[in-house]
Design a binder for this molecule. Sequence first.
Ligand SMILES: *[C@@H]1O[C@H](CO)[C@@H](O)[C@H](O)[C@H]1NC(C)=O
Ligand SMILES: *[C@@H]1O[C@H](CO)[C@@H](O)[C@H](O)[C@H]1NC(C)=O
Length: 369
Amino acid sequence: MSSPASVTILFFALAVLAAMSPNIAPQAEAARAFFVFGDSLVDNGNNNYLVTTARADSPPYGIDYPTHRPTGRFSNGLNIADIISEQLGSESTLPYLSAELTGQKLLVGATFASAGIGILNDTGVQFANIIRISQQMEFFKEYQDRVSAMIGPVETKRLVNGALVLIVLGGNDFVNNYFFTPYSARRLQYSLPEFSSFLISEYSKILTRLYELGARRVLVPGTGPLGCVPAELASQSTDGECAEEPQQAAQIFNPQLIQMIKDLNQKLGSDVFVAANSMKMHSDFISNPQSFGFVTSKMACCGQGPYNGAGVCNPTSNLCPNRKLYAFWDPFHPTEKANRIIVQQMITGSSEYMHPMNLSTIMAMDSRN
Ligand SMILES: *[C@@H]1O[C@H](CO)[C@@H](O)[C@H](O)[C@H]1NC(C)=O
Ligand SMILES: *[C@@H]1O[C@H](CO)[C@@H](O)[C@H](O)[C@H]1NC(C)=O
């Protein structure tokens, strides 16, 4: 295949192909920008710069990251946003608060996510100083002003409209708000279905605001099976079964989220928002860990107490020797291996996993216009 003749033929074939489809983006064009909003599932270091207890900047976090050092990611290695960047052919986005985020690096995108936050402002108050979602979107506006000063408003709008956006919210509104104490204010105020409807209506406003700020392709994963994380198994479960109430919460919230996204898209007349059924993605390996190469989906790799689910992962915690064999890294967050399985489903999953379509379909569509 590497003789000069075959190279010439290949070149000719490519030239014909290129002439036939003039809209295919040239190789040299930069990958689309990527913007990330949300909580600890996608924070990649913003909280390192804040006075908060919601942080992942000490070992063994990052043990399987290329540097083998903690970065602020709540993972042994990469999180789902990193793996999506990999698939886009880009380097990982930098945390918005990082001093390195200047010049050409701004054009890659940015991560505004902050561990501990939720849809509601009162979610995560126990973590003190975190970047709530409205502030994350203010930073997105500020980001656009900075980029505009560099490449002008027209190109900035093009970059933002052409970007892929990921927003991960909702889990903390249950775990760190509604269920945080047996008599939380939100629990006294709302039944679970009422609370979920309230979250959905607030989330709809957040997504609408993102649209107003220029986002045109937004990936919106729902919550995982909240009752099955090691933290819940440790605190709520006696027999290793998923904890009932948080599990119920996820079962109520996720279908409502998909419906809300359908409604928003219909209102906008375009498939701007794409729901990812994280509940189903996670449930697959929770119900059958072995078929994904995991020895357990109940026990966290790093932690202490039952299921390694009590307290937080810290330098004195138990640590599993092989992170590829565990679905959960710490009491709440998946391992890089599990994150890879989730992103794979986002890319190629059927309509059970992705509404109204998967990422590979999106990438193909968006590269044509
Ligand atoms: C949350 O706080 C922000 C900033 O203070 C405010 O603009 C926003 O309206 C609040 N959201 C809700 C739902 O109260
Ligand atoms: C998802 O992606 C695959 C290609 O990997 C494609 O064949 C399939 O039709 C897509 N499914 C949906 C629902 O978009």
